[in-house]
Design a protein around this ligand. Structure first.
Ligand SMILES: [Zn+2]
Length: 117
């Protein structure tokens, strides 16, 4: 199935944070955070996708409770997560805006009450 290349570069607002983002083609078949090839109410920007991923993995909750979400501003934490995320999804570490991740942490992710409001 061939996508219309021009359409891929139309920025669409992220349904969670409103940041303009682009749809693109997936580089493979990642387990999480597959790139959206067309706009969708659930196609979020990379930063929000990472947030949703982190929130969905219970293993991370304890560390966040202990250190606060500010822990993601620590470059060492960012590096560890960057490596981890590359193994899981299409997002590259450079696409993640960690400051925004922290700032928008409380915004609901898909599946949470109030998402997309
Ligand atoms: Zn977003």
């Amino acid at each position: 199935m061939q996508q219309n290349q021009a359409a891929l570069f139309v920025p669409i607002p992220c349904p969670r944070c409103g940041e303009l983002c682009k749809v693109s083609s997936s580089t493979g078949d990642p387990r999480f955070m597959k790139r959206a090839t067309k706009p969708s109410p659930k196609a979020m920007c990379a930063t929000c996708a990472v947030t949703a991923f982190i929130k969905s993995v219970e293993t991370f909750h304890h560390g966040i409770e202990l250190n606060g979400v500010q822990m993601f501003l620590n470059p060492m934490v960012q590096e560890q997560f960057g490596k981890l995320l590359q193994g899981f999804g299409d997002a590259t570490p450079g696409e993640i805006d960690w400051q925004r991740l922290v700032d928008n942490w409380e915004l609901p992710v898909p599946g949470e009450r109030g998402f997309g409001k």
